[in-house]
Design a protein around this ligand. Sequence first.
Ligand SMILES: [Fe+2]
Ligand SMILES: [Fe+2]
Length: 382
Amino acid sequence: MKTIRRYEALLRSAFQGALLTAATAPGVFVLGCGHHAPGAATEAGTSDLDATAGTDSGLDDATVQDDGFPSVTDDSGLTGACAPIFMADAGPDASLMCTTYSMLPCGVPGAATRGPSCLYAFNICQHACDGLAFNCHPYGDACLDGSVAPGPFVMDCVTCPGAAGRRPRRLAPASFARGKSEAGDYFARVAHLEAASVHAFHQIETMLGERGAPASLCRAARRAARDETRHARAVSRLARRFGGVPAAAHVTRRRARESLASLAVENFVEGCVRETYGALVATWQAAHASDPGVAAAMTRIAKDETRHAALSWSIAAWAENQLSPAARRRVTARGTAAVSELLKATATPPLDVARIAGLPDRTTQIALLRALDRTLWSPAAA
Ligand SMILES: [Fe+2]
Ligand SMILES: [Fe+2]
């Protein structure tokens, strides 16, 4: 088994390649030519990433452009009896980490959508969602073949771009007060995810200990929890500086010991896919944030997140040897689905947030994801 340091070096090298690829990507990014999905096949027997690229992600016609939406700032139609009803504590999905839901009694009268996922324009999302949303689309089968039937539906709002933080189990939903700026709201959400990550690494340390994992992995999980505490404080300071209101992260108590297969799935999804991508995005932000305080914080965070991602790959290698072939296939399938989720959540952030936080635009996010797919996820699933 490779050491965490060895994985860290591999990730740094993969990140350098991905950053170079993304920085030189043309403005319009073609997705689909020769694409090779991680895992090659899901449980349903088809490539989830390929399917997402072609259909569900909204990346229609294998081409991604950043500004294909009509302008609809003046009248969203979402007022009076048609005003959204925010479902902060009662959304259809129990995991509210990066998603909020709104019931729209009249739908979105007259607004055009784009792509097979029926993505709405950014400014519609700001009316339809509770707080800052990076993209929004109808939940479930309210979107059929790229169109939305008239009438009420539930809007699914993506509230954090990329994969900041690592989601723990049993995270309690948080409600966010609107701050004084979009940047403040963005940092408040990221601070919550960083605070949630502290719980995630405490949980991992416990699960590793119960399974007799090497002491080096348990130590690294403990250190990662300390890192995340620092990240939560640093990003909370940024949130307050920009007028945001960070919320605390709470988890409910666990009831039973988790199986190794369950630990392996969670580690691959949250660590090898989401936190690995989050570390790459943080590295991008460190280089692109226009605010010097943000750039300095992201430089430190990116370094730590890369080490956390390396820990996840080490845990994955340790667990893999003990899993049945069926459990390994499950890990692969869930990892592939997690990559698809990241693709679906790609969105160009509001201009101010992108500039201050150094966030990549949607085209760049897709380029970064594809690069990681090529160098990490596909080889891991082969
Ligand atoms: Fe973090
Ligand atoms: Fe982390």
